[in-house]
Design a protein around this ligand. Structure first.
Ligand SMILES: Cc1ncc(COP(=O)(O)O)c(C=O)c1O
Length: 431
């Protein structure tokens, strides 16, 4: 093993033997090299005469750039647009994001969490969690309603075993199903639980009382000696439309419950700031009694994963996101857009409250996010999807044989009634 990896492992083991045991074989081997990046960081401090370290081009004391490119970025300096970002992301952005997490999650109450590390969107954060923690045959527990890409990332790439639990019981989360799966997997030394609220595809987000019960269930698992890694996909954080929905991330209550429970928060600008193509996400660790030295070692491992996969994330996107976060109008602008999505969600609820659709479908519970799902009663979802597309020019997603996902985030409120009426007509065409 490389001595730098050994150094990081020793630090992690010293402060958190549980996290060391959670690491995958790759996670144990990975380190951040003292190569070009750290030498050039040193040169940035000390090379007052000539700095000939890093692979960019410079002129007139600044970064070289093409005017035809820079003309698109009037408020940013060339360095903020064309340079490489640090592997872990722009420090100021990471600090701002951490402050935002703390502000939006009062339950953390000062619990120590790591500095967020910038990822190339949440997908990359999931991939990095796979790198650090998942060995072939490791078990990942997740709902039966998921974003399909989890399969590619964890099952196909990492050869993990996926165990799905039934997501809903009545109009809420099926906590008993989670408890049951955990019970049957008690003999494993380590398990991974993947949670996503607000959920894709259903638009369901955990309610406050469910969150405290789930925290208790997971704390009991950790207390029994089993190591548990919770990966929290907060892609749609903040888009909560109903009173009883938890307005924080479940990360906040899991981040300091027990030394055997590691919480990993994946979030980002993608959906929250409506910048899907920017590819700016974040990964943050939280564990009871986590300290700076241990978190720093974990961050350096993460930087090794990033360096060896994508090297670093777009500096341009990071600078725009940072500037937005510091802009005094940011909160107001963001809330205005969330209100539009909330208006659409409430309109969907109003339209679907009519009994006229009862013979065609049921709706799954939803209270947040971008989506909602219907469970068809008589028609195959893929058949309906194709028919809707060909005959009516309407696109929806067939999630499986029975379920259809509708992204109300893409629908103006005034079209919602017509959409469901047409869908209903389409089910009649086919029956
Ligand atoms: C639940 C969930 N997680 C992660 C992602 C991916 O986010 P990103 O575009 O930042 O990679 C999506 C995108 O659809 C999603 O629905």
């Amino acid at each position: 093993m490389n001595p730098l990896a050994n150094e990081l492992n020793t630090l992690i083991q010293k402060h958190s033997p549980a996290i060391f045991e959670m690491l995958s074989n790759f996670g144990k081997e990975i380190y951040f090299p003292k190569g070009i990046l750290s030498q050039s960081a040193e040169a940035k401090q000390g090379a007052h005469k000539y700095n000939a370290t890093i692979g960019i081009a410079k002129e007139k004391q600044g970064s070289m750039y093409l005017p035809c490119i820079m003309r698109h970025f009037k408020d940013l300096k060339p360095e903020q647009v064309v340079n490489y970002a640090p592997g872990s992301g722009i420090l100021e952005l990471r600090k701002e994001w951490k402050a935002k997490i703390i502000r939006q999650n009062p339950t953390l109450k000062g619990a120590p969490i790591s500095m967020p590390v910038v990822t190339n969107g949440l997908t990359h954060g999931l991939f990095l969690a796979g790198d650090l923690f998942v060995n072939p045959e490791d078990l990942i527990i997740l709902p039966d309603k998921i974003w399909g890409n989890y399969r590619l990332i964890f099952e196909v790439r990492k050869n993990a075993l996926l165990r799905q639990f039934s997501f809903f019981s009545g109009d809420g989360l099926n906590l008993q199903a989670i408890k049951d799966v955990l019970e049957t997997e008690k003999s494993r030394e380590k398990i991974i639980l993947l949670l996503n609220f607000p959920n894709n595809p259903t638009g369901y987000s955990i309610k406050t009382r469910e969150a405290s019960k789930l925290t208790q269930i997971l704390t009991d698992v950790a207390k029994s000696g089993q190591k548990i890694i919770t990966i929290i996909d907060d892609a749609y954080f903040g888009m909560f439309y109903e009173e009883d929905v938890l307005k924080e991330s479940i990360f906040a209550s899991l981040a300091s419950t027990h030394e055997n429970l590691l919480a990993i928060k994946l979030d980002g600008a993608t959906k929250e700031q409506f910048v899907w193509g920017f590819r700016t996400g974040f990964m943050t660790f939280g564990i009871k009694n986590g300290n700076d030295e241990m978190y720093d070692a974990m961050v350096r491992k993460l930087m090794g994963c990033i360096r060896s996969s994508i090297s670093n994330s777009s500096v341009t996107s990071q600078n725009v996101v940072l500037s937005a976060l510091k802009n005094p109008t940011f909160h107001e602008e963001q809330q205005a857009k969330i209100q539009i999505l909330k208006g659409r969600a409430l309109k969907v609820k109003e339209v679907l409250s009519s009994s006229k659709y009862d013979d065609a479908w049921d709706q799954y519970p939803f209270n947040a996010g971008y989506f909602m799902c219907l469970r068809l009663k008589n028609i195959n979802a893929e058949k309906l999807r194709q028919h809707l597309l060909k005959k009516y020019g309407i696109g929806v997603i067939a999630v499986n044989e029975t379920d259809v996902r509708i992204a109300f985030s893409c629908l103006e409120e005034e079209f919602i009634q017509d959409l469901f009426d047409t869908m209903y007509k389409a089910t009649k065409d086919l029956s």
